[in-house]
Design a protein around this ligand. Structure first.
Ligand SMILES: NC(=O)c1ccc[n+]([C@@H]2O[C@H](COP(=O)([O-])OP(=O)(O)OC[C@H]3O[C@@H](n4cnc5c(N)ncnc54)[C@H](OP(=O)(O)O)[C@@H]3O)[C@@H](O)[C@H]2O)c1
Length: 351
């Protein structure tokens, strides 16, 4: 028996008009009317409440590079993580009025789902938008990089680039909870202040104060006088070079992202000091969060109580309305967003 809370026949969705070269611009995005189709048997019609913009979406705008996730089609709305309300359910696992988080539904007001990958959320521990950030994909990324790759030890020094972002800010806090010395970088004085005053970083460096890896190395070596034992890499480029200059013997590196390179038109020269890894016995491992989804219960079991107890905090930059989604996305590459960028698409009836 289907359950329903009523739904429209037309809705808005955002399309990519062309694939960008270099830094994308707002003219590449277009909002269009699309038909809202009724869900078939075992399917759901979902109304998007919150959507996420994430750096990986830039990779999906490149049709030429083979990646772990296929490129966006120009013929369909863009897609991405979202928290949605079930409007019509022909699926026995969900009923109208449920709220769910999943990897689709972003960039559009309504979509049909077969229920795969959807998790019910209730807003009990944190607002629904947090399931796109600290309790969602970026949170699992931070937790997995720390617990499954870096294996931090009390007293060690952790360096986190992109520290004021969705992933980085949780990494810093997990490091502090582990008893580490934590050094982070971010792109503004205000973000660095927040990292030191609220997030607990021992030192936060504004990377824009340092013109090259040599200057950043000098600052980093002062902030991490015993060397860096663990590096959580979100940025790449001069950050990686500076980290490799300061890495301690037996250092570990979790290669999570390299956002400074996502809009490059041509490949950038690699770090000139990889040789440091040999003598210092450094281990570096890349990872993709989707390979750790089986650990979600463990992640939630650890991080949700920390959030409820106020031992972990998060910050969001909230954009209002679907039309703002391109601006929020472009802001990822300009440092406009503080913490996790989320877009409110429609009323959030739980909040
Ligand atoms: N491996 C995985 O499975 C996985 C999963 C999620 C995310 N990631 C990666 O993790 C990293 C962080 O993701 P997130 O979701 O937490 O994003 P985010 O940090 O919330 O947002 C991106 C931030 O990157 C910084 N940034 C942008 N361009 C930069 C540049 N050229 N140099 C230095 N910093 C720059 C900006 O902050 P500033 O103001 O500080 O410049 C911006 O706010 C990204 O590299 C992303 O691709 C990987």
């Amino acid at each position: 028996m289907p359950t329903t809370t009523g739904s429209p026949t037309k809705a808005k969705a955002i399309f990519l008009k062309d694939y960008p070269e270099g830094m994308p611009t707002s003219s590449l995005f277009e909002m269009r009317d699309v038909s809202v189709t009724a869900p078939q048997e075992d399917a759901l019609l979902l109304r998007t409440v919150w959507m996420s913009v994430d750096p990986y979406m830039r990779g999906r705008m490149n049709p030429h590079i083979k990646s772990y996730i296929p490129p966006f089609s120009l013929d369909h709305p863009l897609d991405g993580g979202a928290v949605s309300e079930v409007m019509v359910s022909n699926h026995q696992g969900f009923k109208a009025g449920d709220y769910v988080v999943g990897f689709s539904g972003g960039w559009q007001e309504y979509h049909v789902s077969n229920g795969e990958g959807l998790q019910k959320v209730d807003g009990g521990v944190a607002p629904l938008s947090a399931y796109l950030g600290v309790l969602g994909m970026p949170g699992i990324t931070a937790w997995a990089g720390m617990s499954q790759i870096l294996n931090p030890v009390e007293g060690e020094t952790l360096f986190v680039s992109g520290a004021a972002g969705a992933v980085g800010s949780l990494v810093c806090q997990l490091g502090k909870l582990k008893g580490m010395r934590v050094v982070g970088t971010a792109g503004s004085k205000e973000k660095c202040q927040w990292l030191e005053d609220e997030i607990g970083c021992d030192v936060a460096l504004n990377y824009k104060d340092y013109p090259d890896s040599r200057a950043l190395t000098k600052a980093l070596s002062q902030a991490a006088p015993k060397g860096i034992n663990c590096y959580f890499e979100n940025v790449g480029g001069m950050h990686l070079e500076a980290a490799l200059n300061c890495i301690a013997f037996g250092g570990r590196i979790a290669l999570c992202g390299m956002i400074s390179q996502y809009n490059n038109k041509a490949p950038e020269a690699g770090p000139n000091n990889l040789v440091n890894m040999i003598g210092r016995g450094v281990l570096a491992q890349g990872f993709i969060v989707s390979n750790y989804m089986h650990l979600v219960p463990q992640f939630v079991g650890e991080v949700a109580p920390l959030l409820a107890q106020g031992k972990v905090q998060f910050r969001e930059t909230v954009y209002e309305g679907l039309a703002k989604a391109p601006e929020a996305f472009l802001g990822l590459f300009k440092g406009d967003n503080f913490g996790k960028a989320v877009i409110r698409i429609g009323p959030d009836r739980i909040a």
